[in-house]
Ligand binder design. Structure first.
Ligand SMILES: *[C@@H]1O[C@H](CO)[C@@H](O)[C@H](O)[C@H]1NC(C)=O
Ligand SMILES: *[C@@H]1O[C@H](CO)[C@@H](O)[C@H](O)[C@H]1NC(C)=O
Ligand SMILES: *[C@@H]1O[C@H](CO)[C@@H](O)[C@H](O)[C@H]1NC(C)=O
Ligand SMILES: *[C@@H]1O[C@H](CO)[C@@H](O)[C@H](O)[C@H]1NC(C)=O
Ligand SMILES: *[C@@H]1O[C@H](CO)[C@@H](O)[C@H](O)[C@H]1NC(C)=O
Ligand SMILES: *[C@@H]1O[C@H](CO)[C@@H](O)[C@H](O)[C@H]1NC(C)=O
Ligand SMILES: *[C@@H]1O[C@H](CO)[C@@H](O)[C@H](O)[C@H]1NC(C)=O
Length: 547
């Protein structure tokens, strides 16, 4: 152990600095005039909170839930190197790795393309373990076509990628190393050791007095007095350090605090270098593309091991679940589709993007001024002539928004319980990114509550359309990786799919829709991708309307 006092002092200086930077920067705090109301945050830092502690904070799961949780966690177990602190030259290097397309240069539509990826280190030597996080895409730029591939890890440095062959023409293989296995080890360590690395704050105010304290989903008990904001209906935990002068009932706002700094060592940073080993393409040895030919007469159909959720063709998403996809290029067609509908959007800013798209694109859909001073909503837009209502509300904590009034903090499951439902009701749910910094168990618990509420809603009104979306892939750098790497989202993605399996809901595969598209990854994807998502939802809504 190094000396305690200098280390603490250093941490304090850094925290003070980061607090100051937070206050003066408004890069991410859109419309956060509220920030200026904060006094410089009093730095109250939780002592050690580990994964076990944080993952089990709040209610104990039932025996059945505990089993489901174990199965989910097993299903996302990630292999990795057993040796640690290896010199960086021995870590996976996308530039020295390569892929080989299996089979002939001409293949047939309806078949399956198999690609072998060989991961090597910076010395050009093959890796002998798995755990690299690879993503794959097959695409034809001139056709506006793209599909996500399925990556299998053989745990020996070799990987197999499968693509369904869905269109004719020349198709290019694109393999990207998101993280080398050595970086995933670091992300795993953060998940274990810093489950509270994302932190939050609340402003308390009464009369002339105001104070700001640190809040989180798990805070150490028996250290300092806490305010307990555990949700009485769901039991979802939420705590703030109690202000010194004010009572717990004087909480006014909730806002993001930030991400704890200095979480990783200089050595570990080497595994997160943009342009070197962070979202970097792996090149082909030999051909990088195949020509896909139309099916031949009497050709035996290849058994595909992997079915994608859909693919882009002519820049338009085509779902592979027998659903028709229409393009809604005309706002009057959207109005016609939505006539008589109530759309409730719950979740994070990625679903707020849908609200914004619809209200911007459909002039008849007028936003109502609810005097909301923040970007957290509630937002409502109506077209009273056509009886359309679209609303958006952010999900409950943890939520890293600039400012949310405490009175606006609502859990999705509780909101769902307040909806009558029926054939004219559409519920859209997006919960994911804000859970990236927490143990997966926390996300599982949140989804249990949402799933139960969805089941109750569908029991009440089976004709209600419920759409649950997965997380977008995002642009990564070192800092974003530590808090919001796609690797955290990948785990959540698997959990979310499993959680809603078998329910009569519509899963919107944002993961594949952002991966298969040619535009760069972004937490808030560009308009063409949003348009495809909205077109997909509208196609589903209007089909519901017809039957
Ligand atoms: C904050 O944002 C506004 C609007 O985007 C900009 O004009 C202003 O310069 C920014 N202030 C600081 C301190 O960055
Ligand atoms: C984590 O915290 C819990 C509860 O405080 C404690 O019982 C456990 O021993 C800790 N585990 C580790 C690995 O520190
Ligand atoms: C990985 O693939 C290469 C090339 O096909 C092969 O030579 C090598 O033996 C494979 N590695 C292992 C551990 O199977
Ligand atoms: C916080 O409140 C909840 C619900 O009232 C309760 O179950 C929990 O034990 C409380 N937490 C603490 C630390 O007292
Ligand atoms: C596809 O599945 C079959 C049967 O499960 C298996 O034998 C075959 O090896 C798989 N192919 C690939 C490329 O994974
Ligand atoms: C692509 O879309 C445009 C506009 O909808 C259409 O005119 C064109 O025929 C489409 N091309 C193909 C190959 O489907
Ligand atoms: C609809 O608009 C998109 C661009 O927003 C365009 O690419 C597409 O070709 C249009 N489709 C039709 C059928 O006009």
């Amino acid at each position: 152990m190094d000396g305690h006092i200098p280390r603490l002092t250093l941490i304090f200086i850094l925290l003070a600095l980061s607090g100051f930077i937070l206050l003066i920067s408004n890069i991410t705090s859109l419309g956060s005039s509220i920030h200026s109301a904060f006094k410089p945050p009093e730095i109250l830092w939780p002592l050690e909170v580990n994964h076990t502690y944080c993952a089990h904070f709040g209610q104990e799961p039932t025996a059945e839930e505990a089993k489901e949780e174990r199965d989910l966690l097993n299903s996302i177990a990630w292999p990795g190197p057993l040796v640690q602190d290896l010199p960086v030259e021995f870590s996976s290097d996308p530039a020295k790795s390569y892929f080989v397309i299996q089979g002939p240069a001409e293949q047939y539509i309806g078949g399956q393309l198999v690609v072998h990826v060989h991961v090597q280190n910076f010395l050009g030597l093959p890796k002998d373990h798995g755990g690299d996080f690879l993503i794959a895409r097959l695409h034809s730029p001139e056709l506006g076509a793209g599909v996500a591939g399925k990556v299998h890890d053989h745990h020996n440095g070799n990987y197999t990628v499968l693509f369904p062959l869905l269109w004719t023409g020349e198709a290019w293989v694109e393999i990207t190393m998101v993280h080398p296995s050595e970086a995933v080890v670091v992300l795993k360590r953060l998940q274990e050791e810093h489950p509270d690395r994302g932190f939050f704050k609340s402003l308390f105010r009464s009369g002339a007095l105001s104070e700001t304290t640190v809040c989180n989903l798990c805070l150490p008990l028996n250290e300092k007095p806490l305010c307990n904001y555990t949700d009485p209906l769901t039991g979802e935990p939420w705590y703030c350090y109690k202000p010194e002068m004010l009572g717990c009932d004087t909480r006014v706002t909730h806002c993001k605090g930030g991400i704890k700094p200095n979480l990783i060592t200089k050595y570990e940073e080497q595994f997160f270098q943009s342009g070197v080993n962070l979202k970097v393409p792996i090149h082909a040895t030999g051909m990088g593309s195949v020509t896909v030919l139309p099916a031949e007469e009497g050709q035996t159909q290849v058994k595909n091991n992997y079915t994608a959720a859909g693919y882009y063709y002519n820049n338009s998403w085509r779902p592979l679940n027998a659903m028709d996809m229409h393009e809604f290029n005309d706002s009057s067609v959207i109005t016609h589709c939505l006539r008589g509908k109530l759309l409730y959007m719950f979740g994070d800013s990625t679903i707020r993007q849908w609200f914004e798209y619809l209200t911007a694109f459909v002039p008849n859909l007028k936003k109502i001024n609810l005097y909301s001073r923040t970007i957290s909503g509630q937002f409502v837009a109506v077209d009273s002539k056509n009886n359309i209502m679209v609303s958006y509300r952010c999900h409950g904590p943890p939520i890293h928004f600039p400012t949310v009034f405490s009175s606006e903090l609502r859990y999705v499951s509780n909101e769902l319980d307040r909806i009558e439902g029926g054939p004219n009701t559409v519920v859209l749910v997006s919960v994911g990114s804000h859970f990236n910094t927490f143990p997966v168990e926390v996300y599982i618990r949140r989804l249990w509550h949402i799933r139960r509420a969805v089941v109750r809603l569908l029991n009440r009104e089976p004709a209600t359309l419920v759409v649950v979306r997965t997380v977008n892939m995002r642009k990564l750098n070192l800092q974003i990786s530590l808090s919001n790497s796609d690797w955290f989202s990948l785990q959540q993605d698997a959990v979310l799919r499993a959680m809603f399996q078998g329910l009569n809901i519509q899963m919107l595969d944002a993961w594949e829709m952002t991966l298969a598209h040619h535009l760069p990854h972004d937490l808030h994807p560009p308009l063409p991708i949003i348009k495809n998502m909205i077109d997909l939802i509208l196609s589903r809504i209007c089909r519901v309307g017809k039957t």
